[in-house]
Write a protein that binds this ligand. Structure first.
Ligand code: C5P
Length: 229
């Protein structure tokens, strides 16, 4: 019998708190983490570097299949991302890269090309997987599935704060419009659209602190919603 590896999926739109919450949760549980959005962002950046148009699905699939990427986590689970040996951890975090990621992520064969790479993150002692389709497509058998939401205004403000803190200059009105466009593209695409799995627990994080959301998820885990080994 194969060993059961505990798995929590956290899906939701941009600014819903997924990234921060997944990272705190992975630290608290001592689990591995998959930031699947980073893979789509890296692919978009690689396409730019190799001058591949974002509508050339065939070339993007080849690029995705051979993507030379490394996630290097230190013992505090801070992750640096290397693309072809270069540190792109900051370069992939711009809104421009997020928008380009959502364009390549709408291509069905590109999504298939990245599936095995995402599933390979499921290793002992467990995994917290963060994305848009973790609970619906990549890990449909997850022990517990969380879908985070928040009002569009709050999500835009959170992203604004994050980008300003990283020293990236942005305009709140432009950012709100770009987030709305990206959400619309992610939610309306025919493959793996952004939506909660039927068995996901939906948590609205509007006006709720990060610690409160983390505690809510931990208490769901403690209620036995995480399948025992
Ligand atoms: O989460 P993040 O903002 O880094 O994701 C960037 C883009 O990658 C999203 O807007 C979405 O289009 C795409 N994505 C996806 N499926 C995932 C994770 C991200 O389509 N599991």
């Amino acid at each position: 019998m194969t060993e059961h590896i505990p798995l929590v999926t956290i899906d939701g739109p941009s600014g819903s708190g997924k990234g921060t919450i997944s990272s705190i949760l992975a630290k608290q549980l001592g689990c591995n983490i998959l930031d699947s959005g980073a893979l789509y962002r890296i692919l978009a950046l690689a396409a730019q570097i190799h001058v591949i148009p974002l509508d050339n699905e065939e070339a993007l699939v080849t690029l995705a299949a051979h993507l030379d990427v490394q996630f290097i986590s230190d013992d505090r689970l801070n992750t640096r991302i290397l693309l072809e040996g270069d540190d792109v951890s900051d370069a992939i975090r711009t809104e421009e890269c997020g928008n380009q990621a959502s364009v390549v992520a709408a291509l069905p064969h590109v999504r298939v090309a990245l599936l095995a790479r995402q599933r390979a993150f499921l290793e002992p002692p467990g995994l917290v997987a963060d994305g848009r389709d973790m609970g619906t497509v990549v890990f449909p058998d997850a022990d517990i599935k969380i879908f985070l939401t928040a009002s569009p205004e709050e999500r835009a403000k959170r992203r604004y704060k994050q980008l300003i803190e990283k020293g990236i200059s942005v305009n709140l009105a432009t950012l709100s419009r770009e987030i709305a466009e990206r959400d619309e593209r992610d939610a309306s695409r025919p493959v793996a659209p952004l939506k909660p799995a039927p068995d996901a627990v939906v948590l609205d994080t509007t006006g709720v602190t990060i610690d409160q959301v983390v505690n809510q998820i931990i208490s769901l885990l403690n209620q036995g919603k995480l399948r025992a080994n």
